[in-house]
Design a protein around this ligand. Sequence first.
Ligand SMILES: Nc1nc2c(ncn2[C@@H]2O[C@H](COP(=O)(O)OP(=O)(O)OP(=O)(O)O)[C@@H](O)[C@H]2O)c(=O)[nH]1
Ligand SMILES: C=C(OP(=O)(O)O)C(=O)O
Length: 215
Amino acid sequence: MQWTVVVPLKALARAKSRLADTAADGLRPGLALAFAQDTVAAVLACAAVRDVAVVTDDPLAARELAALGARIVPDEPGGGLNAALTHAEAGVRRARPGCALAALNADLPALHPAELARVLDAAAAFPRAFLPDAAGIGTTLLAAAPGRALRPAFGPDSRMRHRASGARELALDAVDSVRQDVDTGGDLRAALALGVGPRTAAMAARLLIPDGPAG
Ligand SMILES: Nc1nc2c(ncn2[C@@H]2O[C@H](COP(=O)(O)OP(=O)(O)OP(=O)(O)O)[C@@H](O)[C@H]2O)c(=O)[nH]1
Ligand SMILES: C=C(OP(=O)(O)O)C(=O)O
C-alpha cells in the first residue's frame, strides 16, 4: 500500500516552546525548521510513501519544504493541530478519494525511511492505527485506511485518546526513529544518539550539543 503522509507544522516563531531552556528564542525557529526538513526528507525517501502534504501557515517553512518535494496546504482553519489535520485530510481525499492517509509529527529529526515503511506496512492491516511516542504518552503517527476518516486526537495524552477512539495501537520493535519526537532537551539528546538528519545535526552543533551516542 502506498500512503499519503500529512505533516502538520506550527508557525516557526511559536514552535518548540518546550525547548526554551535548550535553544534561545533566536535559534528555536531554525531548530524547528531543521526538524521539519529532516522529517519531511525522510518521509519523501520512504518506499511506502506516495506523497507528502505539509499543513502550515509558515511562509519560510512552506518554501523550504516545498523545495524538498512536499505539497503545501495552508492551515486555513487556524484552529490548532487537529483542525489543521482534518482540513488537510479533506483536501487530500478530495483529490484522491481512495488513498491511505497518515498524519506524522514534524519533530522526528532521526526518522529513518525504512522504519517508517515498517510502521506504515503494519498500519495497513487496520482501519485506523497509531504509534505511541517514545515517552509513551503521546502519538507520533496516526494512520487511516482508504475510506476511513483519520479522526485525529493529538495533544495531551493522545496515546490514551487514540486508543479510546478505537484506533489500533501498533506494538513494534526497532522503530525508535519513528517514535522519537523532540519536545525537550532530553528528547533532543535521545534523537542525536539515534542519529539525526543533516539539518538538525548542523543546528545541534550551533547549540553546542555533541552529536552521536549519549554518554
Ligand atoms: N498546522 C499546524 N500544526 C500544528 C499546530 N499545532 C501544533 N502543530 C504541529 O503538530 C506537532 C505537535 O505539536 P506540539 O507538540 O503541539 O507543538 P510543538 O511546536 O512541537 O512544541 P511545543 O511548543 O513545545 O508544544 C508538530 O509537528 C507541530 O508543528 C497548529 O495549530 N497547526
Ligand atoms: C501533539 C502531540 O505531540 P507532542 O508530544 O509533540 O506534544 C501528541 O503526542 O499528541
